[in-house]
Design a protein around this ligand. Structure first.
Ligand code: FES
Ligand SMILES: [Fe+2]
Length: 432
């Protein structure tokens, strides 16, 4: 019988086996149980504004082509030629009426139909039914406030249910002003670490900031909000493995740039009215939509996907974003803050990458791998907060979100499908 990998996480005791960060069989199971099941982030609507615009990305290890067809409808297909399986579109993004495979020249229109087959008459004797050999679409595709997501699992709940209460928390990043946000810079790079280390870090590791990032904070790269004793807030988990680091409503996480601070103060009444009463309780700074999509609104503004590339490798696709309605000088200030703070050369990013890479690489040692990881901070102290629609930690620094994230990971790794997951008791009851 196959091993139950879900047993490698003990969320009640806050213990996680290090095998899940390095062993190839567990990585393969993750591809099936998590990446081929969950809703995964594709791209932002502003990245394909016009008919014919396309964007190449990945869902787990599967290449995916997101394309707005000539009629304006958005599709997401496996970016794989139906003939011999060549990767069809090699460009990162662009505009095209059709896509022609580099190997033998099969051509697909931007709505996925197979339109051209060289030597169809002579070599195939007109016997190939082109209607049967179009591009393969994802099982479900949907967007929330301009964020396009897809899943390979037809049984997965609708996107809005999958996000649940996390939807409001996403609003605090992408729906603060009329028109939402737009992407102003893109960075892509590879890190020698397991994808879960950055995903858990962005979702709940306020603990490392006053220590790992001390030099960047001291030299004035950030407001240092999470390093100040008076900061309030909590680790917040709206369920389904989604997790966020939140500070209090009056704690400022914006980059210490005069014009950005002035801009934020000027739009505050508008943002507050838009987000409603909960925004007067809590200010989300950074979070992870389970499994591998993270958003950050401290020091800079970035959302990113942690693409898995084997157990010990992660490809980061990171986008600096800003309110579409912001004036050009604010967009430029945020773009530069993104490059300086959170990019391959960013001061914060470099601190983080060094830690994630060593946390992963030491798992290769047989003896080191036997040592469970400790995620016990604040164990038993988190409570469901109805006003937040989420679990919240008792103190603003806690590992409650780590336990929620890995608990969900374990549930998915153990479950036979979405029906089994839906049958599990509601989280509130489990913790009561
Ligand atoms: S693999 Fe694409 S045309 Fe042959
Ligand atoms: Fe960090």
């Amino acid at each position: 019988m196959a091993e139950d990998f879900g047993g490698l996480v003990d969320s009640e005791q806050g213990l996680v086996s290090r095998r899940i960060f390095i062993e190839p069989e567990i990585y393969e199971a993750e591809q099936r149980q998590i990446f081929a099941r969950c809703w995964l982030f594709l791209c932002h609507d502003s990245q394909l504004p016009l008919p014919g615009d396309f964007f190449s990305t990945w869902m787990g290890e599967d290449p995916v082509l997101v394309v707005r067809d000539s009629g304006g409808t958005v599709h997401a297909f496996l970016n794989v030629c139906r003939h011999r399986g060549n990767r069809l579109c090699r460009a990162d993004h662009g505009n095209a009426a059709s896509f022609t495979c580099a190997y033998h020249g099969w051509t697909y229109t931007n709505d996925g139909r197979l339109s051209g087959v060289p030597y169809l008459k002579e070599a195939y004797h007109n016997e190939l039914d082109r209607n049967q050999w179009g591009l393969v679409p994802v099982a479900q595709l949907d967007q929330y406030k301009g964020l396009w997501f897809a899943t390979f699992d037809a049984q997965a709940p609708p996107l809005r249910d999958y996000l649940g209460e996390m939807a409001w928390y996403l609003d605090t990043f992408v729906d603060r002003r009329d028109g939402g946000v737009e992407v102003v810079a893109t960075h892509k790079w590879i890190m020698p670490c397991n994808w879960k280390f950055p995903a858990e870090n962005f979702g709940g590791d306020a603990y490392h900031v006053p220590w790992s990032h001390l030099s960047a904070v001291t030299t004035g790269f950030s407001s240092g909000v999470t390093t100040k004793p008076a900061t309030t807030g909590a680790m917040v988990s709206p369920g389904n493995g989604h997790v966020l680091i939140c500070v209090g409503p009056d704690d400022v996480g914006d980059p210490p740039i005069a014009e950005v601070i002035a801009y934020e103060q000027a739009i505050r009444p508008e943002v507050s009215a838009r987000l409603g009463p909960r925004a007067r309780r809590i200010n989300p700074l950074v979070g992870t939509v389970f499994p591998n999509f993270s958003l950050l609104r401290a020091t800079s503004r970035t959302f990113r996907v942690w693409h898995p590339r084997g157990p010990g490798k992660t490809e980061v696709w990171s986008y600096v974003f800003i309110d579409k309605a912001a004036p050009p000088e604010i967009k430029e200030a945020i773009r530069l803050a993104g490059v300086r703070g959170f990019s391959p050369s960013g001061s914060f990013e470099q601190d983080d990458m060094d830690n994630w890479q060593e946390c992963t690489q030491t798992c290769r040692g047989v003896a080191s791998r036997r040592m469970p990881l400790n995620m016990q901070m604040g164990l038993g102290r988190d409570r469901f907060d109805a006003e937040l629609g989420a679990w919240a930690s008792a103190y603003r620094i806690s590992e409650s979100n780590h336990r929620q994230f890995y608990r969900r990971w374990a549930e998915l790794m153990a479950a036979g499908g979405w029906r089994e997951l839906a049958a599990a008791p509601a989280r509130e009851q489990q913790y009561a």
